[in-house]
Design a protein around this ligand. Structure first.
Ligand code: CA
Length: 110
């Protein structure tokens, strides 16, 4: 499954384009613009599994860094600062990675 099976390619392009500038990433706006926020919990879980590239059951820091590339391959990597901010926002139990329930909460509250 690809993100374009879940989300519109146009929305992905617009959302990724909106945060093309360094240090501009805002996950709340991104999840809304890309159309993930209005998706069902099942679809958000499918998106999680796409972003969990090594299928560990968690989105780790290296996967967060390339989270935009999970939506479209030509997107930029997040900076270390943006990656940390996203991790802190999503990692409710403080284990240093984002689980599926943490991800659905992160998207829902955005
Ligand atoms: Ca992983």
């Amino acid at each position: 499954m690809a993100m374009t099976d879940l989300l519109s390619a146009d929305d992905i392009k617009k959302a990724v384009g909106a945060f093309a500038a360094a240090e501009s990433f805002n996950h709340k706006k991104f999840f809304e613009m890309v159309g993930l926020k209005k998706k069902s919990q099942d679809d958000v879980k499918k998106a999680f599994h796409i972003l969990d590239k090594d299928r560990s059951g968690f989105i780790e820091e290296d996967e967060l860094k390339s989270v935009l590339k999970g939506f479209t391959p030509d997107a930029r990597d997040l900076s270390d600062k943006e990656t940390k901010a996203l991790l802190v926002a999503g990692d409710k139990d403080g284990d240093g990675k984002i689980g599926v329930d943490e991800f659905t909460s992160l998207v829902a509250e955005s």
